[in-house]
Design a protein around this ligand. Structure first.
Ligand SMILES: CC(C)(COP(=O)(O)OP(=O)(O)OC[C@H]1O[C@@H](n2cnc3c(N)ncnc32)[C@H](O)[C@@H]1OP(=O)(O)O)[C@@H](O)C(=O)NCCC(=O)NCCSC(=O)/C=C/c1ccc(O)cc1
Length: 360
């Protein structure tokens, strides 16, 4: 079975405490939104303490065109992509010997917060000595589901090519999409929730032998589920000044009714039940999203402790978030023979599930 042999996450340069983010939002929006105080409560109630960004808070006090935001996206997504790849391929917590970039067969580059053609993976290849025969697979538009989908597509690639070494690189710079002139409730709730992040995993096929220092997860199965006619649940509205976030407040209740039957069916196909899964590795989309997972899957709240802690320390970084959660399981928690279920949801509306088993 294809295996996840290394992982890395990036520490963004500007850390902001939630009370300071709330104060800045108040300053930017109070003149235009009479009921602002009521919505500012989400900053205190959302289970988030700190978030990390690619620009300092002051950056939001001045206007920035779509062109300026996107140019910064291209520059920084490339820079952070290079950094997480280097750290993943040289990560001594998992690998006994570093892996050379020349030996990588495919790169799946996941991002939905900026636009670039050539895609960021090509720009990364101009910074690191990858093979010029590398298979490039840029994926745009899966939003928060992207990290789980990336692992799932890497699994498919390694099933087809068992000697393959595949990188999944997720970079999201949500702060560059923040709209200071959008006075919608969603924009305020989004301003309390979203953050920047970058992460990378290395997935290897069955016929790759890499010496590693600890038990690591093999990928047993993957499942995708799409909900018909749900385009308006989550996504971007593209306007002249950039990307405006669309996410319905009904998302937690949609998860409560829709996710459980899919996960149950997916596990059943592997002759498993949720009680046999030791580790629930969830994308913490928000406090109420975590609650919805617990309700629909009958999970004890402790099963979400690591996801909750990542939400507290980092906020919702979209696609890389679930990899920050996975990193904690890989470093500190999971033992040989443990089973884990990794789940994330995104625009479409869709869910991606990955079943993991820790081996020697
Ligand atoms: C922590 C929250 C945000 C706040 O909880 P709370 O403090 O207990 O407050 P309420 O839930 O009662 O909400 C306060 C007010 O905000 C309103 N609200 C509550 N979510 C909403 C709402 N999505 N719209 C518009 N009003 C709302 C809510 O209706 C209410 O207004 P009102 O009815 O007038 O009292 C909680 O609602 C929560 O966890 N919600 C789930 C968040 C969620 O859906 N996350 C998954 C989606 S993530 C996603 O789509 C990512 C996209 C993305 C986007 C940009 C990027 O850069 C990258 C990615």
């Amino acid at each position: 079975m294809p295996k996840i042999v290394s992982i890395s996450t990036h520490q963004l340069p500007y850390s902001v405490q939630q009370e300071n983010a709330e104060a800045l939002t108040k300053e930017l929006f109070h003149a235009e939104m009479p009921k602002l105080e009521r919505y500012l409560k989400v900053f205190e109630n959302g289970g988030i303490q700190t978030r990390h960004f690619c620009v300092p808070p002051e950056w939001h006090r001045t206007e920035h065109s779509f062109e300026e935001r996107n140019n910064l996206y291209i520059q920084l997504a490339t820079q952070y992509g290079v950094s997480v790849i280097q750290n993943c391929l040289q990560n001594e917590r998992f690998l006994t010997t570093a892996i050379a970039t020349q030996d990588i067969d495919a790169m799946i580059f996941i991002s939905s917060t900026g636009i670039s053609t050539p895609s960021i993976d090509a720009r990364i290849m101009n910074e690191l000595p990858f093979s010029d025969r590398l298979k490039r697979i840029p994926v745009w538009g899966l939003g928060c589901a992207g990290g789980a989908a990336g692992i799932s597509r890497a699994y498919d690639f390694c099933q087809a090519y068992p000697t393959a070494k595949v990188l999944v690189v997720c970079v999201e710079l949500c702060s560059l999409t923040f709209q200071p002139n959008d006075f919608s409730k969603s924009n305020i709730v989004g301003a309390s929730l979203f953050a920047d992040g970058a992460a990378c995993v290395l997935v290897c096929g069955d016929e790759v032998s890499i010496p590693t220092c600890k038990p690591l997860p093999s990928i047993l199965a993957t499942g995708s589920k799409w909900m018909p006619n749900s385009e308006e649940v989550m996504g971007w509205q593209v306007k002249n000044n950039g990307l405006h976030v669309v996410f319905q407040k009904s998302i937690p209740s949609i998860i409560t009714t829709w996710l459980g039957p899919f996960v149950e069916q997916f596990l059943l196909e592997q002759q498993l039940h949720m009680e046999q899964v030791q580790h629930f590795i969830a994308h913490p989309g928000g406090k109420k999203v975590l609650q919805a997972y617990e309700d629909t899957l009958y999970l004890a709240s402790q099963k979400n402790n690591i996801s909750r802690e990542i939400l507290r320390q980092y906020g919702n970084m979209s696609s890389p978030t679930v990899l920050y959660v996975l990193e904690q399981f890989m470093l500190h928690t999971a033992q040989q023979e443990d089973t884990g279920l990794l789940v994330a949801l995104g625009p479409g509306f869709c869910a991606e599930a990955v079943l993991l088993r820790w081996g020697s």
